[in-house]
Design a protein around this ligand. Sequence first.
Ligand SMILES: *[C@@H]1O[C@H](CO)[C@@H](O)[C@H](O)[C@H]1NC(C)=O
Ligand SMILES: *[C@@H]1O[C@H](CO)[C@@H](O)[C@H](O)[C@H]1NC(C)=O
Length: 394
Amino acid sequence: MNILQDLKHLKHISLPTRPVICKCLIIVIGLIVLRAIVSPFLAINSSEKSFYESATLDLFPGVRKDKFVEVPQIIWGLNNQKIAFARACLTAKYLNRSLLMPSLSASLFYKEVDLLQPITFDKVFDFNKFNARCHGFARLARYSEVSNHTEPFILQKGSGRRWTVERDLDQLQQSRLGVVDGSEVIHITGKHPFLWPDHWPVKDYARIFECLALAPEVETEVVKVISKIREAGRKARHEAAISHNKNKMDGLTDLPVQYIAVHMRIEKDWMIHCKKWEQRSNLNEICSSKGEIIHKVSQITDLRRPVVVYLAVADGLLEDDSVTSGWRVGMIAYEKKKLGVTTIYDRQPYLIKSAIDFERSYISWGRQAHAVRMLACRPMHTMSLEMMAAHSDG
Ligand SMILES: *[C@@H]1O[C@H](CO)[C@@H](O)[C@H](O)[C@H]1NC(C)=O
Ligand SMILES: *[C@@H]1O[C@H](CO)[C@@H](O)[C@H](O)[C@H]1NC(C)=O
C-alpha cells in the first residue's frame, strides 16, 4: 500500500468521533521486544548538548532564526498530533522559517474546543533536544524570540474540493517572496495543520520524528513504568527458577530482563474504521482478535521465557478483564493495574499517557520502524514480526 496515500487518509484513522469505547479488544498497534538494559532514558546526552550550544553551529545556517511561522492548535491523538506537528515543521522549513512552538492538545476531544486542554510542546517533548537533533533541518522557536516589529501576515488556508494540492503549494511558493517573506511572522489559519495538503516526502517526516524526545518529566514516568515491568520480569524468572532445575536457571538470572509491550487499540471508532478499511482494501489483517495477537506475539522465537507481556492499553477502556489470560506458557501478561502503575498514569492527561506508552515502544523499536509505522499509520502487526524483531535492537 502506498505510504503517502495512507498518510493522506490519516485524518480518518484515529479521528475520535467520541472517545467511546468498546469492551472488546481490537487491535495491536504495536509490539516490541526490549532486549537489553541499555539506558535509553538519559536526559540530553552530553554530546548532543554541547553540539547544541556550540558556536560552530552557524557553519550550518539552516532555517532563518528571525522569521517565524505560527500554526493553529494541534489536535487529536498522539500520533496524529505528531504528524501534524511534523507537517507544520516542514511547512516552516519550506518557508525557511522557524516554527513557533505550537500548542498540542492534552485531551482527545476535538469538537468541544473548551475541552481541548492546550498543552505546550515542551511539556511533552524536549525543546532543546529537538533543535539539537534537527539542527540545520528544522527549527522551533519560542514566542519570546519574536520582536513584534511588524504585524504578522495572515496566511489563510483554503479548504474543500477546489483547494487542490497544487493550489496549496502555489500559495506556499508565493509566501516565499516579497511582502509575505518580509513579515516577521506568518500566521497560518484555517484548518488544522493536519488537513493541509501534504507536500513533503516521507523521509522528511521521519527526520522530524527522530528529533522528538520526551520532556524530562515525562521520561521520568517512562522510567518508572519500565522498572516495574522489569521487576515483574525478575519475579517471573525467580519463580520459574524455583519450580525448575535451579542449576539450569542460574545463568539466566544475570541476563537482562526482556519484555514485550503490546499496544492495543480498543476504541470503538477505530474498530468501525478498521472493519471498513478491511472491506475497502480487501485486507483482513487490519483488525486483530486477541487470539491472533497472542499467536503473533508467541511466534517471536528468540525470547527467553518466562517473559513479561505488557499490555499497553488504557484500563479505563478495558472492560474485558480477560486480556491478561489465555497467553501461552511462559508469557506472563500484565496490564497497568496488575503491574501497579495506574497511579503513574492517573495523574496524567491523555496525551502524556499515550506518550508514556508510545515512547517506550519507540525506544525498543528503533526510530526507523517507529517512523514508518507512524507514517503508514498502519497497525504494527501488519508488518512482519521479523521486521519488528530486526528493529528491536535499534
Ligand atoms: C534560509 O535562509 C538563510 C539565510 O538567509 C540562507 O543562508 C539559507 O540558505 C536559506 N535556506 C534555504 C533552504 O533556502
Ligand atoms: C511579541 O508578542 C508575543 C505575543 O503577543 C509575546 O509573547 C512576545 O513576548 C512579544 N515579544 C517581544 C520581544 O515583546
